[in-house]
Design a protein around this ligand. Sequence first.
Ligand code: ZN
Length: 248
Amino acid sequence: MGGAEHLAALLRESERAVVFTGAGISTESGIPDFRSPGGIWTQMAPIYFDDFVRSADMRREAWRRRFAMEEMFATVTPNAGHRAVAELMARGRLSHVITQNIDNLHQQSGVPADRVIELHGNTRCARCLDCGVRVELAPIRAHFEAHGDPPDCAGCGGLLKTATISFGQAMPEAEMVRAEAAALACDLFLVLGSSLVVYPAAGFPLLAKRNGARLVIVNREPTEQDPAADLVLHTGIGAALEAAVNAL
Ligand SMILES: [Zn+2]
């Protein structure tokens, strides 16, 4: 049995699967893996959350970097892997998509937003660090380009930051609780394109496995959790998942 057929068989036997995605699914859309060797964070030091809060210079630098990536984020589109995940959701085979990605591509591919659990937030909008209000990026960019500084929150004067979880920033509590509940409730946990090294997110596959779920890992490189998995595919995601969905 080939990998895609094996994956299709596991999906057929599952009634409530969870998909867990990392950078590897989005690199197939042309989004760089920021944490990979040669990725942005090995060439340019990341800005830690405390430094963002403490320093106006760091906030300017963070926003300069974000706007420099805007053309890339504005033009990327979901790929075959995202579409296959959306198809599984539409067919009622998935309860949730847990993602480490911040690019909004699962929602763009048609997965309902309330089924996407974003562990590292979303870079397509901003939030006030004090009152939590959501703010679109376009007016922040216009202010930044006109004044050289990002605006403060119009409502409370707090600091605006992309709605992502930065290095050194606490994990989002509600999302962690939802992800844990989804991992414990699923009967199949499908890892797509994560090297499973960033904790606590990387703890969810083994949590699901220990609770009786089957574990599938599709990732180009081996991961430390491969020995625990029922099926491991060291391939790209789009083609493998598309073939599996077609074989359902
Ligand atoms: Zn505010």
